[in-house]
Design a protein around this ligand. Structure first.
Ligand SMILES: Nc1nc2c(ncn2[C@@H]2O[C@H](COP(=O)(O)OP(=O)(O)O)[C@@H](O)[C@H]2O)c(=O)[nH]1
Ligand SMILES: [Mg+2]
Length: 229
C-alpha cells in the first residue's frame, strides 16, 4: 500500500541532485518521483540513471508542479522536496512522522528557535524580512486564535492528499505555498511546524526573483481577502 509519496521538484537542478541523491532517505517513503520542468542540464538523465521516475511538466512554475504531483501521487501523504541545497533531506522522516500524527499540513520552518535560514549572518536579510512580513499578515488576517505559523512560504512541507484536494489551489508559480498556508488557516486545518536548517544553494540558479515574486505574493494575499473564507 502506498501511503507516503516523496515529490522531488526540479528545474535545472543537476548539481543539487548529485549532492542530494545519497542523502535522501528513499527507503522511508513508499514511492518517489521527480516533477521536472524542462531541465536541459542533465537533471532528468541523472534521475533516470538512479531509477527515479520522472513526470514531465509542460507549463512552468512551482504551483503547476504541485498540482501535477498531487495528480500523480498514490500516497495519502505528499512530501515536497527541492534538491537545490536549501532543504535538509534528513527532515523527510520528521515530516512523515508529523503527518502520521494527524496534522494536515507540516511546514519546515526557518524561523523557529533552533532553525537557520540562508540569510543568517547577513546584515540585511531582505528575503527573511519580506517573508516575516507576509507571514505576520497571514496570521493576523487568517489565523486568529490559533498557533502562530512562523514560515508561511517555505516550500519544504508535507500535506495530506485530502487536504491538498480541499484547498483548490489555483495560484501560479512561487505563490503556491503562501496560498496553501493561507487556505489551510482559513479552513482551520491542523498546521504544525518544526525547525529546519536551511543550507546554501548548490550550483544552478534560483528562478525566484524578489520583485516579481513579491508582487505575486501581494496579489494573492489581497485576493484571499476578497475571496473571503
Ligand atoms: N518542477 C518544478 N520545479 C521548479 C520550478 N521552478 C523551480 N523549481 C524547483 O524548485 C526549487 C526552488 O526553486 P528556486 O528557484 O531555488 O527558488 P528559491 O529556493 O525560492 O530561491 C528548486 O529545486 C527548483 O529546481 C518549476 O517550474 N517546476
Ligand atoms: Mg531554493
Amino acid at each position: 500500500m502506498v501511503r507516503t509519496s516523496l515529490i522531488i521538484l526540479t528545474r535545472n537542478e543537476v548539481s543539487g541532485m548529485k549532492a542530494m541523491l545519497s542523502r535522501i532517505p528513499f527507503t522511508t517513503v513508499d514511492e518517489y518521483f521527480l516533477v521536472d520542468y524542462r531541465s536541459t542540464d542533465g537533471t532528468v538523465e541523472l534521475a533516470r540513471k538512479h531509477k527515479i521516475p520522472v513526470v514531465a511538466q509542460r507549463h512552468p512554475g512551482r504551483a503547476e508542479a504541485f498540482r501535477i504531483a498531487a495528480d500523480n501521487a498514490r500516497g495519502n501523504y505528499l512530501i515536497f522536496f527541492s534538491p537545490d541545497g536549501n532543504e535538509d533531506p534528513s527532515d523527510i522522516p520528521k515530516i512523515i512522522r508529523l503527518l502520521k500524527k494527524g496534522n494536515d499540513l507540516v511546514i519546515a520552518s526557518r524561523f523557529l528557535p533552533g532553525s537557520r535560514n540562508e540569510e543568517d549572518g547577513q546584515t540585511f536579510k531582505w528575503r527573511a524580512w519580506a517573508n516575516m512580513g507576509f507571514t505576520l499578515l497571514a496570521n493576523l488576517l487568517f489565523n486568529r486564535g490559533r498557533p502562530y505559523v512562523t514560515d508561511s512560504i517555505n516550500g519544504y512541507r508535507g500535506i495530506t492528499k485530502s487536504a491538498f484536494g480541499k484547498l483548490g489551489l489555483d495560484a501560479q508559480g512561487f505563490a503556491v505555498e503562501f496560498q496553501m498556508t493561507i487556505r489551510a488557516m482559513k479552513a482551520e486545518l491542523a498546521i504544525t511546524e518544526f525547525p529546519t536548517l536551511e543550507g546554501p544553494r548548490i550550483g544552478g540558479q534560483s528562478t525566484s526573483y524578489a520583485v516579481p515574486t513579491g508582487l505575486k505574493f501581494v496579489y494573492y494575499f489581497l485576493r484571499e481577502i476578497f475571496i473571503g473564507v
